[in-house]
Design a protein around this ligand. Structure first.
Ligand code: APR
Ligand code: ZN
Length: 385
Protein backbone atom coordinates (compact mmCIF):
# COMPACT_ATOMS: atom_id res chain seq x y z
CA UNK A 1 0.00 0.00 0.00
CA UNK A 2 1.37 3.42 -0.85
CA UNK A 3 1.79 5.88 1.97
CA UNK A 4 -0.29 9.06 1.86
CA UNK A 5 2.36 10.96 3.73
CA UNK A 6 2.25 14.60 2.64
CA UNK A 7 5.82 15.81 2.36
CA UNK A 8 4.86 19.48 1.99
CA UNK A 9 4.31 19.75 5.74
CA UNK A 10 7.38 17.77 6.62
CA UNK A 11 9.15 19.11 9.65
CA UNK A 12 7.23 22.36 9.92
CA UNK A 13 6.37 23.66 13.36
CA UNK A 14 3.25 25.80 13.32
CA UNK A 15 2.09 28.52 15.67
CA UNK A 16 -1.54 28.76 16.75
CA UNK A 17 -3.81 29.72 19.64
CA UNK A 18 -4.49 27.35 22.51
CA UNK A 19 -6.15 27.57 25.92
CA UNK A 20 -3.43 26.62 28.40
CA UNK A 21 -3.92 25.57 32.02
CA UNK A 22 -1.07 26.76 34.28
CA UNK A 23 -2.33 25.57 37.66
CA UNK A 24 -5.30 23.85 39.34
CA UNK A 25 -8.52 25.83 39.03
CA UNK A 26 -6.87 28.77 37.29
CA UNK A 27 -8.59 30.43 34.33
CA UNK A 28 -7.32 29.01 31.04
CA UNK A 29 -4.94 31.38 29.30
CA UNK A 30 -5.53 31.91 25.59
CA UNK A 31 -2.01 32.11 24.18
CA UNK A 32 0.14 31.35 21.16
CA UNK A 33 1.72 27.93 21.23
CA UNK A 34 3.97 26.00 18.91
CA UNK A 35 2.79 22.66 17.57
CA UNK A 36 5.39 20.23 16.26
CA UNK A 37 4.75 18.30 13.06
CA UNK A 38 3.34 14.80 13.48
CA UNK A 39 5.98 12.15 14.04
CA UNK A 40 5.83 8.54 12.90
CA UNK A 41 2.26 7.18 13.07
CA UNK A 42 0.86 10.50 14.23
CA UNK A 43 -1.48 13.03 12.63
CA UNK A 44 -1.78 16.78 13.10
CA UNK A 45 -5.39 17.93 13.22
CA UNK A 46 -7.00 21.33 12.80
CA UNK A 47 -9.68 21.40 15.49
CA UNK A 48 -12.90 23.07 14.32
CA UNK A 49 -15.22 22.35 17.25
CA UNK A 50 -14.58 21.36 20.83
CA UNK A 51 -16.73 21.18 23.94
CA UNK A 52 -16.22 20.73 27.65
CA UNK A 53 -16.98 17.50 29.41
CA UNK A 54 -17.12 16.92 33.14
CA UNK A 55 -13.75 15.11 33.01
CA UNK A 56 -12.18 18.35 31.79
CA UNK A 57 -13.64 20.03 34.87
CA UNK A 58 -12.18 17.34 37.12
CA UNK A 59 -8.75 17.74 35.53
CA UNK A 60 -8.99 21.53 35.58
CA UNK A 61 -9.74 21.53 39.31
CA UNK A 62 -6.81 19.16 39.86
CA UNK A 63 -8.93 17.06 42.24
CA UNK A 64 -6.77 14.05 41.50
CA UNK A 65 -3.39 15.27 42.75
CA UNK A 66 -1.46 12.58 40.94
CA UNK A 67 -2.88 13.87 37.64
CA UNK A 68 -1.57 17.42 38.09
CA UNK A 69 0.88 18.54 35.38
CA UNK A 70 1.34 22.10 34.12
CA UNK A 71 1.32 23.80 31.76
CA UNK A 72 -1.20 21.56 30.04
CA UNK A 73 -3.73 21.68 27.23
CA UNK A 74 -6.98 19.97 28.27
CA UNK A 75 -9.95 19.03 26.11
CA UNK A 76 -10.99 15.70 24.62
CA UNK A 77 -14.35 16.19 22.91
CA UNK A 78 -13.87 17.64 19.44
CA UNK A 79 -13.98 17.29 15.69
CA UNK A 80 -11.58 18.51 13.03
CA UNK A 81 -9.72 18.02 9.79
CA UNK A 82 -6.35 16.37 9.20
CA UNK A 83 -3.73 19.01 8.41
CA UNK A 84 -0.83 16.60 7.87
CA UNK A 85 0.14 13.03 8.60
CA UNK A 86 3.37 11.53 9.87
CA UNK A 87 5.37 8.73 8.37
CA UNK A 88 3.61 5.40 8.12
CA UNK A 89 0.03 6.63 8.46
CA UNK A 90 -1.98 5.00 5.69
CA UNK A 91 -5.59 5.16 6.86
CA UNK A 92 -5.85 8.96 6.97
CA UNK A 93 -4.72 11.83 4.77
CA UNK A 94 -4.76 15.61 4.69
CA UNK A 95 -8.33 16.91 4.50
CA UNK A 96 -10.01 13.88 6.11
CA UNK A 97 -12.64 14.64 8.73
CA UNK A 98 -11.74 13.09 12.05
CA UNK A 99 -12.92 12.71 15.63
CA UNK A 100 -10.24 12.46 18.32
CA UNK A 101 -10.74 9.57 20.76
CA UNK A 102 -9.21 9.48 24.23
CA UNK A 103 -9.43 5.69 24.31
CA UNK A 104 -7.42 4.80 21.25
CA UNK A 105 -7.44 1.64 19.19
CA UNK A 106 -4.05 0.52 17.92
CA UNK A 107 -5.73 -2.46 16.27
CA UNK A 108 -2.86 -4.76 17.02
CA UNK A 109 -2.51 -5.42 20.77
CA UNK A 110 -4.06 -8.38 22.56
CA UNK A 111 -6.96 -6.20 23.77
CA UNK A 112 -7.67 -4.67 20.37
CA UNK A 113 -7.71 -8.18 18.90
CA UNK A 114 -10.18 -9.36 21.55
CA UNK A 115 -13.89 -8.72 21.21
CA UNK A 116 -14.19 -8.53 24.98
CA UNK A 117 -12.82 -5.04 25.52
CA UNK A 118 -12.23 -1.66 23.94
CA UNK A 119 -9.29 -0.87 26.24
CA UNK A 120 -6.24 -0.78 23.98
CA UNK A 121 -3.02 -1.73 25.77
CA UNK A 122 -1.07 1.18 24.28
CA UNK A 123 -3.67 3.93 24.11
CA UNK A 124 -6.23 3.24 26.85
CA UNK A 125 -7.38 6.37 28.62
CA UNK A 126 -4.90 7.46 31.29
CA UNK A 127 -5.14 10.85 33.01
CA UNK A 128 -1.56 10.50 34.25
CA UNK A 129 -0.15 10.31 30.73
CA UNK A 130 1.23 13.68 29.63
CA UNK A 131 3.40 12.97 26.57
CA UNK A 132 3.32 11.11 23.25
CA UNK A 133 3.86 7.33 23.15
CA UNK A 134 6.44 7.56 20.34
CA UNK A 135 9.23 9.35 22.19
CA UNK A 136 7.84 10.45 25.55
CA UNK A 137 7.94 14.08 24.43
CA UNK A 138 5.38 16.88 24.06
CA UNK A 139 4.34 18.17 20.65
CA UNK A 140 3.26 21.50 22.19
CA UNK A 141 5.55 24.22 23.51
CA UNK A 142 5.37 27.87 24.52
CA UNK A 143 7.02 30.44 22.28
CA UNK A 144 10.12 30.30 24.46
CA UNK A 145 10.33 26.53 24.14
CA UNK A 146 8.80 25.31 27.41
CA UNK A 147 7.01 21.98 26.82
CA UNK A 148 3.24 21.95 27.32
CA UNK A 149 1.76 18.66 28.48
CA UNK A 150 -0.88 16.60 26.69
CA UNK A 151 -4.18 15.38 28.14
CA UNK A 152 -6.15 12.16 27.52
CA UNK A 153 -4.38 11.40 24.22
CA UNK A 154 -6.20 14.35 22.67
CA UNK A 155 -5.66 17.95 24.00
CA UNK A 156 -8.33 19.58 21.88
CA UNK A 157 -8.37 23.08 23.44
CA UNK A 158 -6.00 24.18 20.70
CA UNK A 159 -6.43 25.24 17.08
CA UNK A 160 -4.09 22.37 16.17
CA UNK A 161 -3.25 19.20 18.04
CA UNK A 162 -1.17 16.10 17.38
CA UNK A 163 -2.78 12.69 17.80
CA UNK A 164 -1.52 9.15 17.58
CA UNK A 165 -3.06 7.40 14.56
CA UNK A 166 -4.85 5.17 17.08
CA UNK A 167 -6.63 8.17 18.61
CA UNK A 168 -8.13 9.67 15.44
CA UNK A 169 -11.20 8.23 13.74
CA UNK A 170 -11.94 9.09 10.14
CA UNK A 171 -15.64 9.75 9.58
CA UNK A 172 -17.93 10.39 6.62
CA UNK A 173 -17.16 13.89 5.24
CA UNK A 174 -20.92 14.39 4.81
CA UNK A 175 -21.50 14.13 8.56
CA UNK A 176 -21.98 17.54 10.23
CA UNK A 177 -18.70 18.02 12.11
CA UNK A 178 -20.29 20.37 14.59
CA UNK A 179 -22.45 17.55 15.94
CA UNK A 180 -19.87 14.82 15.39
CA UNK A 181 -17.85 16.44 18.14
CA UNK A 182 -20.36 14.91 20.58
CA UNK A 183 -19.28 11.44 19.47
CA UNK A 184 -15.78 12.14 20.66
CA UNK A 185 -16.86 11.58 24.28
CA UNK A 186 -20.24 12.29 25.87
CA UNK A 187 -22.74 10.79 23.45
CA UNK A 188 -20.64 7.73 22.57
CA UNK A 189 -19.95 7.13 26.24
CA UNK A 190 -23.61 7.29 27.23
CA UNK A 191 -25.23 5.56 24.27
CA UNK A 192 -22.47 2.94 24.19
CA UNK A 193 -22.92 2.20 27.91
CA UNK A 194 -26.58 1.40 27.21
CA UNK A 195 -25.94 -0.55 24.03
CA UNK A 196 -22.57 -2.25 24.46
CA UNK A 197 -21.91 -2.46 28.19
CA UNK A 198 -25.42 -3.01 29.59
CA UNK A 199 -27.05 -4.28 26.38
CA UNK A 200 -30.39 -2.74 27.43
CA UNK A 201 -33.33 -4.80 26.17
CA UNK A 202 -36.72 -3.62 24.90
CA UNK A 203 -39.30 -3.31 27.66
CA UNK A 204 -36.72 -3.07 30.44
CA UNK A 205 -36.44 -0.48 33.18
CA UNK A 206 -33.55 1.93 33.64
CA UNK A 207 -32.46 4.50 36.24
CA UNK A 208 -29.87 7.15 35.41
CA UNK A 209 -28.08 9.07 38.17
CA UNK A 210 -26.84 12.44 36.90
CA UNK A 211 -28.49 14.07 33.88
CA UNK A 212 -25.58 15.82 32.22
CA UNK A 213 -24.77 15.06 28.59
CA UNK A 214 -23.45 11.63 29.55
CA UNK A 215 -26.55 10.63 31.54
CA UNK A 216 -28.90 11.97 28.89
CA UNK A 217 -26.98 10.07 26.23
CA UNK A 218 -27.62 6.91 28.24
CA UNK A 219 -31.33 7.88 28.20
CA UNK A 220 -31.20 8.35 24.44
CA UNK A 221 -29.51 4.97 24.02
CA UNK A 222 -32.04 3.26 26.29
CA UNK A 223 -34.93 4.95 24.47
CA UNK A 224 -33.56 3.80 21.11
CA UNK A 225 -33.45 0.23 22.49
CA UNK A 226 -37.09 0.41 23.58
CA UNK A 227 -36.73 0.62 27.38
CA UNK A 228 -40.21 1.06 28.88
CA UNK A 229 -39.28 3.14 31.93
CA UNK A 230 -36.33 5.52 32.11
CA UNK A 231 -36.04 7.16 35.53
CA UNK A 232 -33.77 10.22 35.65
CA UNK A 233 -32.23 11.21 38.99
CA UNK A 234 -30.61 14.59 39.58
CA UNK A 235 -30.15 16.99 42.49
CA UNK A 236 -30.65 19.89 40.07
CA UNK A 237 -34.46 20.28 39.59
CA UNK A 238 -33.90 22.10 36.29
CA UNK A 239 -32.74 18.82 34.75
CA UNK A 240 -36.31 17.50 34.83
CA UNK A 241 -37.58 19.52 31.86
CA UNK A 242 -34.58 18.87 29.66
CA UNK A 243 -34.59 15.22 30.68
CA UNK A 244 -38.23 14.71 29.77
CA UNK A 245 -37.58 16.30 26.38
CA UNK A 246 -34.87 13.69 25.86
CA UNK A 247 -36.49 10.38 26.71
CA UNK A 248 -36.68 10.35 30.51
CA UNK A 249 -40.11 9.02 31.50
CA UNK A 250 -39.85 9.81 35.25
CA UNK A 251 -37.76 12.27 37.26
CA UNK A 252 -36.64 12.02 40.88
CA UNK A 253 -34.84 14.69 42.87
CA UNK A 254 -33.27 12.93 45.89
CA UNK A 255 -33.54 16.16 47.84
CA UNK A 256 -37.36 15.97 47.70
CA UNK A 257 -37.54 12.49 49.22
CA UNK A 258 -38.26 11.45 52.76
CA UNK A 259 -37.08 7.90 52.23
CA UNK A 260 -33.83 6.53 50.82
CA UNK A 261 -33.59 7.09 47.09
CA UNK A 262 -33.15 3.42 46.25
CA UNK A 263 -36.37 2.54 48.10
CA UNK A 264 -38.25 5.07 45.99
CA UNK A 265 -36.79 3.70 42.76
CA UNK A 266 -37.49 0.11 43.74
CA UNK A 267 -41.12 1.11 44.33
CA UNK A 268 -41.33 2.87 40.98
CA UNK A 269 -39.88 -0.12 39.14
CA UNK A 270 -41.62 -3.03 40.82
CA UNK A 271 -38.73 -4.29 42.89
CA UNK A 272 -35.92 -2.44 41.19
CA UNK A 273 -34.69 -1.39 37.77
CA UNK A 274 -33.00 -3.83 35.42
CA UNK A 275 -30.17 -1.39 34.78
CA UNK A 276 -28.82 1.63 36.60
CA UNK A 277 -26.17 4.05 35.38
CA UNK A 278 -24.03 6.30 37.58
CA UNK A 279 -23.24 9.43 35.54
CA UNK A 280 -22.62 12.00 38.27
CA UNK A 281 -19.16 11.24 39.61
CA UNK A 282 -20.72 11.10 43.10
CA UNK A 283 -19.96 8.12 45.32
CA UNK A 284 -23.25 8.25 47.25
CA UNK A 285 -25.08 8.25 43.93
CA UNK A 286 -23.10 5.15 42.96
CA UNK A 287 -24.27 3.32 46.10
CA UNK A 288 -27.87 4.37 45.51
CA UNK A 289 -27.62 3.27 41.89
CA UNK A 290 -26.34 -0.13 43.00
CA UNK A 291 -29.16 -0.61 45.52
CA UNK A 292 -31.82 0.59 43.06
CA UNK A 293 -31.55 -2.42 40.79
CA UNK A 294 -33.54 -5.63 41.05
CA UNK A 295 -32.08 -8.44 43.15
CA UNK A 296 -30.87 -11.40 41.15
CA UNK A 297 -30.04 -9.64 37.89
CA UNK A 298 -29.72 -5.88 38.37
CA UNK A 299 -26.75 -4.37 36.59
CA UNK A 300 -25.13 -1.05 37.56
CA UNK A 301 -22.86 0.64 35.05
CA UNK A 302 -20.33 3.15 36.34
CA UNK A 303 -19.57 6.05 34.00
CA UNK A 304 -18.69 8.85 36.41
CA UNK A 305 -15.09 9.72 37.11
CA UNK A 306 -14.21 9.46 40.80
CA UNK A 307 -11.01 11.17 41.94
CA UNK A 308 -8.69 9.00 44.02
CA UNK A 309 -8.34 7.85 46.76
CA UNK A 310 -11.80 6.32 46.70
CA UNK A 311 -13.11 2.80 47.19
CA UNK A 312 -16.38 1.21 46.14
CA UNK A 313 -19.07 1.91 48.77
CA UNK A 314 -20.20 -1.72 48.99
CA UNK A 315 -20.02 -4.53 51.50
CA UNK A 316 -18.75 -7.68 49.76
CA UNK A 317 -21.75 -9.66 51.06
CA UNK A 318 -24.07 -7.32 49.14
CA UNK A 319 -22.90 -8.96 45.94
CA UNK A 320 -24.64 -12.17 47.03
CA UNK A 321 -27.94 -10.45 46.24
CA UNK A 322 -27.04 -11.00 42.62
CA UNK A 323 -26.59 -7.38 41.66
CA UNK A 324 -23.66 -6.70 39.38
CA UNK A 325 -21.54 -3.62 38.86
CA UNK A 326 -19.30 -2.80 35.93
CA UNK A 327 -17.44 0.21 34.57
CA UNK A 328 -17.79 1.49 31.02
CA UNK A 329 -15.10 3.50 29.25
CA UNK A 330 -16.08 5.27 26.05
CA UNK A 331 -19.28 3.23 26.07
CA UNK A 332 -17.35 0.09 25.25
CA UNK A 333 -16.91 1.31 21.66
CA UNK A 334 -13.78 0.31 19.81
CA UNK A 335 -13.28 3.77 18.38
CA UNK A 336 -11.68 3.24 15.00
CA UNK A 337 -13.67 0.12 14.17
CA UNK A 338 -17.11 1.13 15.42
CA UNK A 339 -17.47 4.93 15.50
CA UNK A 340 -17.80 5.44 11.73
CA UNK A 341 -20.94 3.27 11.67
CA UNK A 342 -22.21 4.83 14.91
CA UNK A 343 -21.83 8.22 13.21
CA UNK A 344 -23.96 6.89 10.32
CA UNK A 345 -26.62 5.72 12.77
CA UNK A 346 -26.71 9.18 14.31
CA UNK A 347 -27.07 10.73 10.87
CA UNK A 348 -29.99 8.36 10.16
CA UNK A 349 -31.65 9.53 13.36
CA UNK A 350 -31.40 6.25 15.32
CA UNK A 351 -29.89 8.46 18.00
CA UNK A 352 -30.82 12.13 18.09
CA UNK A 353 -27.96 14.56 18.67
CA UNK A 354 -29.97 17.76 18.40
CA UNK A 355 -30.68 18.40 22.06
CA UNK A 356 -27.15 17.96 23.37
CA UNK A 357 -25.62 21.22 22.15
CA UNK A 358 -27.27 23.82 24.36
CA UNK A 359 -24.78 26.66 23.84
CA UNK A 360 -22.32 27.89 21.21
CA UNK A 361 -19.43 30.28 21.83
CA UNK A 362 -16.22 31.36 20.12
CA UNK A 363 -13.12 29.47 21.34
CA UNK A 364 -11.86 32.64 23.05
CA UNK A 365 -14.73 32.39 25.53
CA UNK A 366 -13.72 28.97 26.81
CA UNK A 367 -13.67 30.07 30.45
CA UNK A 368 -17.33 31.08 30.12
CA UNK A 369 -18.08 27.63 28.76
CA UNK A 370 -16.42 26.08 31.82
CA UNK A 371 -18.63 28.21 34.05
CA UNK A 372 -21.81 27.18 32.18
CA UNK A 373 -21.04 23.51 32.80
CA UNK A 374 -20.09 24.11 36.43
CA UNK A 375 -23.34 25.98 37.03
CA UNK A 376 -25.33 23.10 35.51
CA UNK A 377 -26.65 25.45 32.82
CA UNK A 378 -25.27 23.68 29.76
CA UNK A 379 -25.16 20.14 28.51
CA UNK A 380 -22.59 20.90 25.89
CA UNK A 381 -21.33 24.33 24.89
CA UNK A 382 -19.78 23.94 21.46
CA UNK A 383 -16.74 26.16 21.01
CA UNK A 384 -16.00 27.29 17.45
CA UNK A 385 -12.31 27.58 16.62
N1 APR B 1 -27.08 12.65 42.56
C1 APR B 1 -27.66 12.86 41.35
N2 APR B 1 -27.15 13.70 40.42
C2 APR B 1 -26.03 14.37 40.74
C3 APR B 1 -25.37 14.20 41.99
C4 APR B 1 -25.95 13.32 42.93
N3 APR B 1 -25.43 13.11 44.14
N4 APR B 1 -24.27 15.00 42.00
C5 APR B 1 -24.24 15.63 40.80
N5 APR B 1 -25.30 15.27 40.04
C6 APR B 1 -25.65 15.69 38.68
C7 APR B 1 -25.39 17.15 38.37
O1 APR B 1 -26.42 17.99 38.84
C8 APR B 1 -25.31 17.12 36.83
O2 APR B 1 -26.57 17.33 36.23
O3 APR B 1 -24.84 14.99 37.77
C9 APR B 1 -24.83 15.71 36.52
C10 APR B 1 -23.42 15.66 35.93
O4 APR B 1 -23.48 16.26 34.69
P1 APR B 1 -22.28 17.11 34.03
O5 APR B 1 -21.58 17.89 35.05
O6 APR B 1 -22.89 17.82 32.86
O7 APR B 1 -21.26 15.94 33.57
P2 APR B 1 -21.14 15.04 32.25
O8 APR B 1 -20.28 15.71 31.28
O9 APR B 1 -22.49 14.53 31.84
O10 APR B 1 -20.28 13.82 32.87
C11 APR B 1 -20.86 12.98 33.86
O11 APR B 1 -19.31 11.19 33.49
O12 APR B 1 -17.51 11.26 32.05
C12 APR B 1 -17.91 11.33 33.37
O13 APR B 1 -16.32 12.76 34.44
C13 APR B 1 -17.59 12.67 33.96
O14 APR B 1 -18.16 12.11 36.20
C14 APR B 1 -18.61 12.78 35.05
C15 APR B 1 -19.82 12.07 34.46
ZN1 ZN C 1 -15.40 13.24 28.40
Amino acid sequence: MSSMYDASFDGKVLTCKAAVLWGPGQPLIMQEVQVDPPQKMEVRVKILFTSICHSDLTAWKGEDESARAYPRILGHEAAGIIESVGEGVVDMKKGDHVIPIFTGECGDCVCCRSEKTNLCELFAVNPLKTTMVNDGKCRFSTKDGKPIFHFLNTSTFSEYTVLDYACAVKIDPEAPLEKMSLLSCGVSTGVGAAWNTANVQAGSTVAIFGLGAVGLAVAEGARARGASKIIGVDINPNKSIKGRAMGITDFVNPKDLEKPLHEKIREMAEGGVDYSFECSGNLDALREAFLSTHTGWGLTVLLGVHPSPRMLPLHPMELFAGRQIIGSVFGGFKGKTQLPSFAQECMRGVVSLDEFITHELPFEKINEAFQLLMDGKSLRCNLHL
